[in-house]
Design a protein around this ligand. Structure first.
Ligand SMILES: O=C(O)CCC(=O)C(=O)O
Length: 268
């Protein structure tokens, strides 16, 4: 795997998101694809899938590396940890968690505009994700979109449920209401890339993003995201975060590093 390269690192820090084509080899893709089918068959405790009113299925799940050797190997041993170190400029890279987003053909519910960090019990600049495409991804199959530069807004938006009828999140004091980006797309610079299997998008935890629904009847849209933290990331124990991501072993301000958030890469 060649390094990410300075141009892409610069694009990440300028825009908050960058496409890395062909980042994941066919061997890793096969292992992840098989693991996804196992997860759909037998989801663990953090499953967050649902069936839409049109009968089509969205399968979501998180912290799945903890129960599957192939997801674990991808999070620990694939090129991703070194890529995260290069992008973040980190000396130590910690796995935060992994998450699956499978929009089956016709699962046309978009993923609402949001930024990730308010959903998470972590604060810091060195916090990022890699979204891996398992299928060809196009505008009509649930492509990801990003508001360029929004990672630098320094604004935390109130988490809202993604599932129709999902339980509300705690209201955080410093959380703002997300502006209606959908109705005012022209006011923003929006970045989006068609993807091929094996491409990844690297994006910052503060970048405002969205994904369309899968309106195609002939193609799945399987996305697998792995999230990493670097040197400055600390545990946050205030209001807002997803309960399934909290870690009782840590208290507010502790460096992100524990059994739940393991060290996966160090410099030198
Ligand atoms: O794949 C999707 O629909 C949403 C992905 C996303 O929001 C994420 O990985 O943070």
């Amino acid at each position: 795997m060649p390094p990410v390269g300075q141009d892409r690192v610069d694009a990440f820090w300028r825009d908050g998101a960058v496409l890395i084509e062909g980042a994941v080899s066919p061997d890793w893709l096969d292992r992840v694809a098989d693991a996804i089918e196992r997860d759909i068959e037998t989801p663990g405790p953090f499953h967050h899938g649902y069936v839409l009113p049109n009968g089509k299925r969205f399968h979501g799940n998180l912290r799945i590396w903890e129960n599957d050797a192939d997801f674990r190997a991808y999070c620990f041993d694939s090129p991703l940890p070194a890529m995260a170190a290069e992008i973040m400029g980190a000396e130590r890279v910690k796995l935060f968690y992994d998450q699956l987003f499978v929009k089956e053909p016709g699962a046309d519910q978009p993923t609402r505009w949001h930024n990730d960090q308010p959903y998470w019990p972590v604060r810091g600049r060195q916090v990022m994700s890699f979204w891996l495409a398992l299928d060809e991804v196009t505008a009509d199959s649930g492509r990801l979109e990003f508001v360029a530069g929004s990672h630098d807004w320094d604004r935390l938006f109130q988490p809202e449920p993604f599932a129709p009828g999902g339980a509300p999140y705690d209201r955080g004091e410093d959380f703002e209401t997300m502006p209606d980006i959908e109705a005012n797309r022209g006011d923003y610079e929006i970045l989006a890339w068609d993807m091929k299997p094996g491409d990844v998008i690297a994006f910052h935890a503060m970048t405002v993003h969205y994904a369309g629904g899968n309106t195609r009847g002939d193609r799945r849209r399987r996305g697998y995201t792995v999230r990493y933290c670097g040197d400055d990331a600390v545990y946050f124990d205030g209001a807002g975060p997803n309960a399934g991501l909290k870690n009782p072993a840590l208290k507010g301000g502790d460096p992100i590093e524990s059994e739940q958030f393991p060290l996966v890469w160090t410099a030198g």
